[in-house]
Ligand binder design. Structure first.
Ligand SMILES: Cc1cc2nc3c(=O)[nH]c(=O)nc-3n(C[C@H](O)[C@H](O)[C@H](O)COP(=O)(O)OP(=O)(O)OC[C@H]3O[C@@H](n4cnc5c(N)ncnc54)[C@H](O)[C@@H]3O)c2cc1C
Length: 439
């Protein structure tokens, strides 16, 4: 069947096999590959598509144990974050790190070592994993973690499925008193303003900015900063205090058809950006966790708004020292090209070590672009800016970068390749992305 990631670009023929238990997964791997594990297909590009076979873990979706003293949850890799939230928020627990969609699996979060709006405070998801069971190419299942087979663990978080199949994992949830977030919205007039605001917000647990990537001249980089904290019980209005963890989720609506590509252009995105900026009046409010973390999840299949050709997300991170120059260069190139990006998100990452994990201390910018020839040309220009400023691209969003950019951006690559070779993983675990990148 034809498979794609969330961006619906590229679409590639692959045989899809579903594992319902460990034996199924062992049997699939014994076939010799090349194959790759797949969670819920929320990586944007070709990371979760096998060149021949794709092994879906969605059938391994059992929660196996929870320790209320430590907050450690053990579950199979195909459990969706949505289901963890559904079971644990009402009991006063929350994931330590969450991406901007809850429609991801635990295996997918570990393999991409996902970050949230709290990277500066909490690191990435892998920082909260105590151990995981990994199925290797020879059929062995190895338990690894920070203190057990640490090299295998270090390569597996952020390893995009290329070290084996994650079958189960144990990780720590954090306690919360309510299902609400105390959110503050601030406006920054330009790039220097938003960078200063991020630095001032270091004491906040969550922070993220929407950036108007079409604003030019003195307004370049104008942004809305959203920062948040888990609300305490005494911060809720009296009426909500009786059921502080009882959050009514919004009813999801589906985008009913592929929007013609013409609908997204400089004018429509420019008008949207101007309106969004005006509506972003500085304020403080209490909102439920679902609206704060997952605003897009209420619009099912929103990837269809980019039409049949699909779209790609461009997410880069630049080191702190080059971020101001690099962001200015990126925004200038995007503004000059007039290639509309609806969603442009800026975050400040904290420090992180890791073989293949994406975050590094600095600013990360994420932009959606329709998949078109013009876009792909622009993205090559952005690649050059990212490379010149010592940055890198996020593999979970990538559908088109070249091997040279990967090599320049990921200094841990040689160690990763050596580990793959030493454990005989390279021949068996391969994705369309890894073949494109020569991984
Ligand atoms: C709307 C939206 C918002 C997002 N926001 C963020 C964000 O804020 N931060 C962030 O970091 N990411 C973000 N992402 C990306 C997303 O979190 C990652 O791509 C995540 O890996 C997707 O999980 P999945 O279960 O769908 O995995 P898939 O897309 O199916 O797979 C992703 C990778 O994980 C590997 N993999 C999956 N399961 C296993 C397993 N059991 N064993 C071994 N390897 C496995 C696959 O081989 C592939 O390389 C966002 C994506 C979307 C669509």
């Amino acid at each position: 069947m034809k498979l794609s990631g969330w961006g619906r670009f590229p679409r590639v023929e692959s045989r899809l096999v579903t594992a319902r238990d460990q034996d199924d997964a062992v049997r699939a791997v014994a076939g010799g590959g090349p194959l790759i594990a797949r969670g819920n297909g929320r990586a944007y590009g070709d990371a979760a598509i096998g060149p021949r076979t794709t092994l879906s873990l969605l059938g391994m979706d059992r929660m196996l144990g929870f320790d209320p003293d430590s907050g450690v949850l053990t579950c199979e890799a195909g459990v969706l974050l949505r289901d963890i939230l559904g079971v644990f928020v009402p009991r006063g627990w929350f994931p330590p790190v969450t991406p901007g969609t809850k429609m991801v699996t635990v295996g997918g979060m570990i393999a991409a070592d996902v970050h949230g709006k709290n990277h500066h405070a909490a690191g990435s998801f892998g920082d909260h994993v105590d151990s995981l069971d990994l199925l290797l190419a020879d059929g062995r299942v190895v338990t690894c973690g920070p203190n057990r087979a640490p090299e295998l663990f270090a390569a597996t978080r952020g390893g995009m499925g290329l070290t084996g199949v994650i079958l189960r994992a144990s990780f720590r949830l954090i306690p919360v008193e309510t299902g609400y977030i105390r959110q503050e919205t601030l406006r920054a007039d330009d790039l220097a303003g938003i960078m200063a605001m991020f630095e001032d917000s270091a004491g906040w647990t969550y922070s993220v900015a929407w950036i108007d990537c079409l604003a030019k001249g003195p307004r370049m980089g104008r942004s809305l900063l959203f920062r948040g904290e888990h609300a305490r019980l005494d911060e809720l209005p009296a009426a909500a205090r009786a059921r502080p963890l009882d959050v009514t989720l919004r009813r999801a609506r589906t985008v009913p058809f592929d929007v013609p590509a013409i609908a997204l252009n400089r004018l429509s995105v420019g008008a949207f950006n101007a309106l969004y900026w005006r509506l972003g009046t500085p304020r403080e409010e209490l909102i439920d966790y679902d609206r704060f973390f997952y605003p897009l999840d209420s619009l099912l299949e929103w990837n269809r708004i980019y039409g049949r050709p699909g779209f790609t997300q461009y997410q880069c991170v630049l080191p702190l020292s080059t971020s101001a120059d690099g962001l200015r260069a990126l925004l200038s190139a995007i503004g000059a090209a007039g290639n509309a990006s609806f969603l442009a998100v800026l975050k400040l990452f904290g420090r992180q070590d890791g073989l293949m994990s994406f975050p590094m201390e600095g600013y990360t910018l994420a932009l959606d672009f329709p998949a078109s020839t013009a876009t792909l040309g622009l993205l090559l220009d952005l690649d050059a800016i990212v490379a010149d400023h010592g940055g890198r691209l996020y593999l979970a969003k990538d559908a088109r970068m070249g091997a040279a950019l990967l090599r320049r951006g990921y200094p841990g690559l040689d160690g990763f390749q050596a580990l793959r070779a030493a454990h005989g993983l390279a021949a068996v675990f391969r994705s369309v992305q890894s073949e494109r990148l020569g991984l």
